[in-house]
Write a protein that binds this ligand. Structure first.
Ligand code: URA
Length: 199
């Protein structure tokens, strides 16, 4: 449907397919290398991303930079995008950005964003999609799954014609320290696979 990412992003910026269009500051389009072998797929933008219009900025950007350091790759080498392109919010009196806090996307929002991600993957044609957390993994697998059952090893997706490598979401590791060791060993396995298999 779209011949290039610029065209896709232009159309995406005008999307009004779900109610998040009314509360967003910016649609957060993917960023990075358009021919990247690695598509890093997050959940949805938070407050920082909503303001900047770029995925993984602010606090989550710092977490991502740590993550990329371990993988020995840079942002310019990969493509970074989200399952849902606008920030899901809930009312909160203690929000960092006004009276709203971040929340997980509803399944209706994930469905509304479905075609955008399909088109993005078709254009990038990655060798591997690295999913961060349960939302993107379930989206790619087309059913509700637990990251813990799939994390740390690749599988081939016939649908997308590429490998998928599931990881915990970096934020989940911060809140649950018991996941740290497995997360680190998963990253080390991904680093090995990136050097030996996804080149
Ligand atoms: N920021 C993003 O852009 N995506 C996430 O999944 C988390 C933070």
């Amino acid at each position: 449907m779209f011949s290039c990412l610029e065209e896709l992003h232009q159309a995406l910026k005008n999307c009004r397919l779900c109610p998040l269009a009314a509360t967003r500051t910016n649609v957060v389009c993917g960023s990075g290398c358009h021919e990247a072998p690695l598509f890093l797929l997050g959940e949805a933008p938070g407050g920082d991303e909503d303001l900047s219009g770029k995925p993984f900025t602010g606090r989550s950007g710092k977490e991502l930079d740590e993550f990329l350091k371990i993988l020995e790759i840079s942002r310019e080498d990969i493509y970074i995008g989200n399952t849902v392109k606008c920030r899901p919010t809930r009312p909160s009196v203690r929000g960092r950005y006004g009276n709203y806090a971040n929340r997980k996307p509803f399944s209706s929002e994930i469905k509304a964003c479905f075609d955008w991600l399909e088109e993005e993957i078709k254009i990038i044609k990655p060798k591997v999609i690295v999913t961060l957390g349960g939302v993107p993994l379930s989206r790619i697998m087309g059913k509700q799954v637990k990251v813990g059952d799939f994390r740390g090893r690749k599988f081939f997706s016939e649908l997308y014609g590429c490998y998928v490598f599931p990881l915990y979401h970096p934020a989940a590791v911060i809140y649950d320290r018991s996941k740290r060791e497995v997360y680190l060993s998963d990253l080390i396995e991904l680093r090995r696979a990136l050097k030996e298999e996804f080149v």
